[in-house]
Design a protein around this ligand. Structure first.
Ligand code: 5AD
Ligand code: SF4
Ligand code: FES
Length: 362
């Protein structure tokens, strides 16, 4: 192995996405796994996911939380409920809590600032925010309050497809998420992004471009999951066109692993979760296969059961009936079953040359 993987061209990336030969694919899985071990090691960092609100002002064409979906009951967690989860995360030995919600402007700058400060003061955990496209003043205030990381998937790098599935916010034009990610980096956040795989209209060439954009933006975290149709959304109701058959990327488990593996090869230092959407397609061992093909992060769900069932971004989501304690035990067992170890510490991005075999230094 050499630097060839790091610098893969768009043509090579697309070739891998279209690869069907199992022996060749084994070489991809092995390269991704070796690169993962060399750069980020055998620790699997656990991020306790708290879905703090399912309210959303936006109308993404694929998402069950979209404002126009009147068929779900909405909630916003209270501060004391979130603090209970944060303390539980600390007790489980996690290094990070991820506070995720729809674009909920009932979550105000001041309220969030206070929450971040309280979590930092009482637990010392790393705090990751995943709250959608917020004002620059909000992002600045929350960073100053101590938030460490921010997640905002760009979903697809294809501008035309992006615009089709992301109606702008009221009074605004179509958003530029790569620009927001650069701004998050400038504010000193570790910035995370990601895409869905198999969006109707998404081509092989555009997924190759997505991976290339991960590399160009030098992101710290990258989440990749299959697109899963939600019946109460325009995209799920088949109201939007697929690409021609030989161009349309399928929303399969296999395609998702290919993107995870290629992402590890071009962004070797990044933190890559094995996602819940992947587990939804393969509950038995989707998470493990993600971890064996480039991923090094798991995000156990800590949302209290009465809210968890309402955070239905897509149907039949994995872990919907479980408690935080169930997910904690389940994740630990899965990590040990593949000979890896639960991470200690915050598990932030490592900037370093690989250890062990110096795969990229010759
Ligand atoms: N299928 C898969 N992933 C989805 N997300 C939203 N809706 C769906 C869906 N129908 C993902 C988006 C978003 C993340 C929080 O959930 O990528 O960024
Ligand atoms: Fe809202 Fe996020 Fe869903 Fe879009 S993807 S509708 S911003 S929760
Ligand atoms: Fe939640 Fe397995 S990870 S129950």
């Amino acid at each position: 192995m050499d630097t060839a993987f790091l610098n893969m061209s768009l043509e090579t990336l697309e070739g891998w996405l279209r690869e069907t030969d199992e022996t060749r694919l084994e070489t991809l899985w092995t390269a991704a796994d070796e690169t993962r071990r060399a750069y980020v090691g055998d620790e699997v960092h656990l991020r306790g996911l708290i879905e703090i609100s399912n309210r959303c002002a936006r109308n993404c064409a694929y998402c069950g939380l979209r404002a126009d979906n009147k068929q779900i009951e909405r909630y916003r967690m209270e501060k004391h409920e979130i603090m209970d989860c944060a303390h539980q995360a600390k007790g489980f030995g996690y290094g990070t809590v991820v506070l995720q919600a729809g674009e909920d402007f009932g979550i105000t700058r001041a309220w969030m600032t206070d929450l971040i400060q309280t979590i930092k003061a009482e637990t010392g955990l790393a705090v990751t925010l995943s709250l959608g496209e917020r004002d620059d003043d909000d992002l600045t205030a929350w960073r100053e309050a101590g938030a460490d990381r921010y997640l905002l998937r760009f979903e697809t790098s294809n501008k035309e497809l992006y615009a089709r599935i992301h109606p702008p916010a009221k009074g605004k034009t179509v958003s530029d998420r790569p620009a927001i990610l650069r701004r998050l980096q400038a504010l000193g956040y570790e910035a995370g992004s990601g895409v869905m795989i198999g969006i109707p209209g998404q081509t092989y060439a555009s997924v190759a471009q997505d991976i290339d954009l991960f590399r160009a933006l030098d992101l710290d975290m990258l989440g990749v999951g299959p697109y899963i149709a939600h019946p109460h959304t325009p995209l799920g109701e088949d109201k939007m066109p697929a690409a021609p058959a030989n161009e349309q990327v399928p929303n399969t488990e296999l395609m998702t692993y290919k993107v995870v593996a290629l992402t590890r090869l071009v962004c070797p230092e990044a933190n890559l979760p094995s996602t819940t959407a992947l587990a939804t397609l393969n509950l038995a061992n989707g998470r493990e296969l993600g971890l064996l093909r480039g991923a090094n992060i798991l995000m156990p769900n800590m949302t209290p059961p009465q809210y968890r069932v309402l955070y239905e971004i897509y149907p039949a989501k994995a872990c919907i009936q479980e408690t935080a304690r169930d997910c904690h035990a389940c994740m630990g067992a899965r990590i040990r079953s593949i000979g890896r170890t639960p991470g200690t510490g915050h598990g932030g991005r490592k900037h370093r040359v690989p250890t062990g075999e110096s795969l990229f230094l010759h």
